[in-house]
Design a protein around this ligand. Structure first.
Ligand code: G3P
Length: 217
């Protein structure tokens, strides 16, 4: 399972990278705005900074909603760095753009996916990643994990190579449940990764080991 961090915060990206288990970064316009990164030039510079911190894939989202606009933006983004994956919205022109990029060997992440039908279309269009939004479904009393598992089932049926990128992950149990289902990737906040470290018995056990070591010295 690949671990991506879902943020545009450079300190958090660096911290996750320093753990040695980070496989990539996902961003979106809201996450950029949260860090105060606005305007095309600043956003482009920020993507370059992110690519210099991590070794893996960095999803960069287009703002256009029409085919021509998405192609123009996506080509600019893809040319920034080999690690960039063009993130496209799950709308009709997004699917057309996904097929266009896939035919050209440019990697894509189809985002804002909330149904297995949408995920099927993304796979048919040759998406590298499909991003079902788990947490946002849970937010409206709909079973987000069920969607991940349905997509896994459908992709397995046909051997689709599109990777399931479980997005909108909110906490550690989402990560574990997605791993059980067989999602290829998870993307979430730093806390959803570092939270996996925690167990009180580990802390108690370590304290006892160190205490006993001191007794013997
Ligand atoms: O990767 C998708 C993500 O950015 C959405 O997460 O927490 O805003 O639903 P959230």
């Amino acid at each position: 399972m690949k671990f991506f961090i879902d943020t545009a915060n450079l300190d958090q990206i660096s911290e996750a990278q320093s753990l040695g288990i980070l496989d990539g970064v996902t961003t979106n316009p809201s996450l950029m705005a949260k860090e105060g990164i606005t305007g095309e030039k600043n956003i482009i510079d920020h993507y370059k900074k992110i690519c210099s911190i991590v070794d893996g894939d960095v999803s960069a989202e287009v703002i256009s909603t029409d085919f021509e606009g998405m192609i123009k933006e996506g080509e600019t983004l893809a040319a920034l760095h080999p690690q960039i994956v063009v993130k496209l919205p799950m709308i009709k022109d997004g699917i057309k753009a996904c097929k266009y990029f896939s035919d050209k060997g440019i990697r894509t992440n189809v985002t804002l996916v909330f149904s297995s039908g949408q995920a099927l279309l993304a796979a048919k269009a040759g998406a590298t990643y499909v991003s079902p939004f788990l947490g946002r479904l849970d937010d409206i009393s709909t079973d987000g994990l069920h969607l991940i598992s349905e997509i896994r089932h459908i992709y397995n049926n046909y051997g689709f190579e599109t990777e399931i990128l479980a997005a909108s992950i909110r906490h550690t149990m989402h990560v574990i449940d997605c791993a059980k289902i067989g999602a290829d990737v998870m993307t979430g906040p730093l806390s959803s990764i570092t939270g996996l470290l925690k167990h009180p018995l580990t802390d108690i056990g370590l304290a006892k080991f160190l205490e006993d070591y001191k007794k013997g010295n």
